[in-house]
Design a protein. Sequence first.
Length: 277
Amino acid sequence: MTYNNETTLAEVQNFVLPAMIESDFSNEDLVEDYDGLQMSFQRVKIPSGGGLQFEIPSDDPENPNYEKTLKGVIVFNHQAGAYWPEGSEYDDNVAPLCSSVDGKLGLGTPGGACAMCELNKFGTDGKGKACKNMRHLYVLRSGEYMPILLSLPPTSIRPFSDFMNVSFVSRRRPVWSSIVEIGLKRVDNGSNTYSVATFKKLHDFSGEELAQIKQYADSFREQIKMMLHQRAADTETRSEASEMYETDVRYSTTENDGHFSISGSNVIDGERNALPA
C-alpha cells in the first residue's frame, strides 16, 4: 500500500477505533441523559455548484467545519429514495412527498413498490428521474463513537458502485474492513457544474483491529436497521392518520340551507338533529 503523503500514513497508522477510546464515564453515567432520545447522525451532503469541500456540522451550528476529504470506515450503507415537490429538491426545510429507506418501498405520495413507480423512471424529470435515487453511507471517523451520514446523490452512485466492485467485491471483503478516503471532483457537462464523490481505499484492517471493527459494525448495522424500520413504520402511521383525518373528520358546509355536513355524506339539520359533540 502506498500513500500520497506522510500525513495520510500517520492518520491510517493512528486510526482510533471506538473500542480503543478511553472514557471517563460509564454507561450507567449516561443512560438517564440518553433515555428517550432518537438516534440521529451528523448529516453531510455532496456540495452543490461544483464545491470541493464537505461541510461538517460542529458544536456551533453557525460555524460548521470544512474538509476536502473524509477519512474513515463505511460501517453500513444502503439505498434510499425521495420525491420532493418540483423545485424543492434541495431545500432542507421541505419534506419529501414520498420517501424510501431502502429504495424498495416508498411511503407517502404516491408510495408503493419503487421498482414499479412511474416517478422512478428516466425521463420523468428531464432526462433523469423525478424520484431521486440516493445512497446513504455511515462513515466512522477516527476517535469518534458515532458515524456521520453522507448522502450520495444520483451522480455519485456510479463512482461508489465502481469503487465497491474493484476494492471489495473482487476481493471478497466487506466495506467495513478498510479505511477509505472520500473526496470531491468538479464536473462540467456543458450546462451544469456539479460535484461528484471520489473514493480511495487507504488501509485494510487485520488481526485485533479487524475483530474490533467487525464487532462495532455488526452491532451498528442491527441498530440502524431497527431505527430505519421504526421510522418507516412511523411514517406509514402518520400517513394513514392523515388520510383518515381527510376522509373521516372533514367538516364542510353544504348548499342545503346552510346545514352542516360531516365527511361530505350525512347532512345534519341543526334545527332537528343533535349537533356533533
